[in-house]
Design a protein around this ligand. Structure first.
Ligand code: 9MR
Length: 672
């Protein structure tokens, strides 16, 4: 990156920033400096507050950037924002593209390791502009942070604006050195502690292996005895784009592959005798779209089923056998197919399904069994896999694969939050094992810290519950053979803002680590010195919006506004513009933990039904449902028991078909 692109500037420079659209404000009371609160790419000039990312060409036309010749998903435009470390930022871009969707990704170095975090994604079309926008926290120790526009599909993207701005007060860390790292060898080993139960693994980027700083490798080696390359064995890193695209005839049926990205991590695992999970062969994401086209040309026709099956077979064969030949015995399990089930039921619509057909999952496993080295276990891997309806879809998809003897394991990704009941979770593991006759790997575990008074401590207490349930299940015969944590430290996580892992950014263990250990020792997670007693204030919650304010918040992308036309007084709350019915109005009710709450409200909508629901990861218990189709105000009332010990719980209101709804006179009170 161009260093110093955005720097603290003396007041004399202020005019320059103003001219190029960067918003300035006083740095504080201590000096004559000013700092840009917004960095806005200027597409009238090359490299002005933006830079090219990855392999592509950028043409500047009428104040817009047209990104062409995109060879890889991360090829696009980046806005460098290194000086914003330690702040929450908003990134907003206006884009149009023939790609179905475009996303904004934050990347940074953290003590020499490279991390990627998704900021936002959105659907796009060629003829209209879409706004892609999201907030993200940049870790305080992140270096060289930048946010870039990317898309899995390699078609052109036109960007008319792209800016990154500080949310809230600016935390100025520009002159502050990064924190010292803790000694990673001082912490007792998880894999040693769990040796009687299962492998204890971790996902890692290859940059940990090439890093001059060896502390991350030391942490990895001390703590874990299975490694998953976080991105390096995904098709976009293994398919050799330059060879395939340069000579499509030669590679038409048998795509060229290379392992430049994965070699450092394969070398490390071989040298240190650490077994590896191969992730992943067949996936809808992080697979370039040209792979699915005749002559690898996205402007031509999609490949035929026959051609795509040949490519699939040759890819699976060559990748598995290249690894086995060059790194014998290192990869002990492969995620053959990743995330083929849709979030809203059935199979996910994707290139594989469109080009090959619904049996692509069966065919992939058939090829992996036919060509895979003997003894290498074949896995299906998915997220939200513990949710009843998605589990049903996954089982339906995998039964024929199991009947053909082509699958050995179910990979439960487990990107979860502490709302998920550990019993439901381990029951799901048992169901997969029983129904399919396979072993279980927990493949990508991370647990969003609750939005509670003591998030790190509460997360630790949850980890103890979760791992106690996993160990009990294992003792009861559920064949859980590996648990992999999706990343080494919070700062390296793909969702770092949610602090979902076992180690802090400086390598010291978190209460979450302690919770995992306590599941074995029976000990209790220590309360931190700054522990805050949860509120026992049972004052009823009431809002009628007459003060023109609302005290809850939007769920996902819902837009909330206090508007005129209240039920009794002048005002009520309008909820609109969600992308899904569950984008609604959410209220934190944690203070009522241990009590039954009575919820009452009046609601109006054109939707047939509006609901009030409790927000628990993996299940959403309904509190009350009201028939609203008349468009008149309707009263809703219901009771819900909040379990003792709940550290964070919200309830939310939604309409059945995403129509706007209006809500008023919300009352929530404890009744026992
Ligand atoms: O952790 C990975 C992150 O670095 C990548 O940017 C992201 C891109 O899709 O993929 C992340 O890993 C995913 C994994 O491969 C499959 N399950 C979901 C994981 C989190 O997105």
């Amino acid at each position: 990156m161009k260093k110093g692109l955005i720097k603290i500037v003396a007041a004399a420079m202020a005019g320059l920033f103003l001219l190029c659209g960067c918003e300035l404000r006083p740095k504080g009371t201590d000096g004559p400096y000013e700092f840009p609160l917004t960095i806005k790419a200027d597409f009238n000039e090359k490299d002005k507050f933006w830079q090219t990312n990855g392999s592509c060409k950028v043409k500047l036309e009428n104040g817009k950037a047209v990104i062409t010749n995109r060879k890889e998903s991360n090829a696009g435009i980046a806005v460098p924002c290194a000086e914003y470390r330690g702040n929450t930022v908003n990134a907003t871009a206006m884009v149009s593209s023939e790609n179905d969707s475009v996303r904004l990704t934050l990347t940074y170095d953290i003590y020499g390791n490279v991390s990627y975090v998704t900021v936002a994604s959105g659907d796009t079309t060629a003829d209209a502009e879409s706004q892609i926008s999201g907030n993200i926290e940049i870790p305080a120790n992140a270096q060289n942070a930048k946010i870039y526009i990317e898309a899995s599909d390699v078609r052109d993207i036109t960007v008319s604006s792209f800016e990154v701005s500080i949310v809230g007060d600016f935390n100025d860390l520009t002159g502050t050195p990064v924190e010292e790292l803790a000694d990673p060898t001082k912490t007792a080993s998880l894999s040693a502690a769990y040796a009687d139960y299962f492998k204890f693994g971790v996902a890692s980027p290859a940059s940990v292996m090439t890093n001059k700083n060896d502390k991350f490798r030391k942490l990895l080696k001390t703590q874990f005895n299975s490694v998953t390359p976080e991105n390096e064995l995904k098709p976009e890193n293994v398919l050799d784009a330059s060879k395939c695209l340069a000579d499509p005839a030669k590679y038409n049926e048998s795509p060229a592959i290379h392992f430049d990205a994965a070699k450092p991590i394969l070398d490390y695992c071989k040298k240190n005798n650490i077994p590896m999970r191969g992730h992943t062969l067949v996936w809808y994401s992080q697979t370039p779209s040209w792979f699915f086209y005749e002559n690898y040309d996205v402007n031509g026709n999609l490949a035929s089923r026959e051609l795509m099956l040949k490519r699939m077979e040759n890819y699976i064969d060559s990748v598995m056998n290249w690894c086995e030949k060059n790194y014998p015995g290192v990869i002990y399990a492969w995620d053959v197919v990743n995330e083929a089930a849709a979030d809203d039921g059935g199979m996910r619509d994707c290139y594989w399904k469109q080009v090959v057909g619904d049996d692509y999952v069966e065919r992939a496993f058939e090829f992996a069994r036919k060509h895979g080295p003997s003894g290498v276990q074949l896995f299906y891997n998915d997220y939200n896999e513990y949710q009843t309806s998605k589990m049903g879809d996954i089982l339906t998809m995998l039964r024929p694969v199991a009947a053909a003897g082509n699958i050995d394991g179910m990979g439960m990704q487990s990107h979860i939050s502490s709302g998920l009941d550990p019993n439901n979770y381990v029951n799901a593991a048992k169901t997969y094992a029983d129904e399919l006759g396979v072993v279980i790997h927990i493949t990508e575990l991370d647990v969003t810290a609750p939005k509670s008074l003591n998030p790190m401590y509460d997360q630790g207490v949850y980890m103890k519950k979760l791992f106690s349930a996993i160990v009990e299940a294992k003792k009861a015969g559920v064949p859980i053979e590996c648990v992999t944590i999706w990343g080494l430290t919070d700062d390296m996580s793909w969702k770092s803002s949610t602090k979902p892992l076992l180690f802090y950014g400086n390598l010291s263990p978190k209460p979450a680590y302690e919770g995992v250990m306590c599941a074995l020792t029976g000990g209790e997670v220590a309360k931190p010195a700054d522990y805050q007693e949860p509120s026992s204030d049972l004052t009823p919650y009431y809002e009628d919006f007459e003060d023109k304010k609302f005290h809850g918040g939007p769920r996902y992308s819902a837009v909330l506004k206090v508007v005129e036309g209240g039920y009794e007084g002048n005002y009520c709350l309008e909820n609109s513009e969600g992308y899904a019915e569950y984008d609604g109005y959410s209220i934190d009710v944690t203070q009522f933990a241990g009590h039954t709450i009575h919820v009452s409200f009046v609601i109006k909508s054109k939707a047939d039904v509006c609901k009030c629901t409790a927000d628990i990861d993996g299940s959403w218990p309904n509190i009350v449902e009201v028939q609203t189709g008349s468009g008149e105000w309707v009263t809703g009332e219901g009771d819900y028991k909040i379990e003792e010990g709940t550290t964070s719980l919200s309830i939310y209101f939604e309409s059945s078909d995403m129509s706007p709804f209006y809500i008023d006179n919300i009352k929530i009170e404890a009744v026992d």
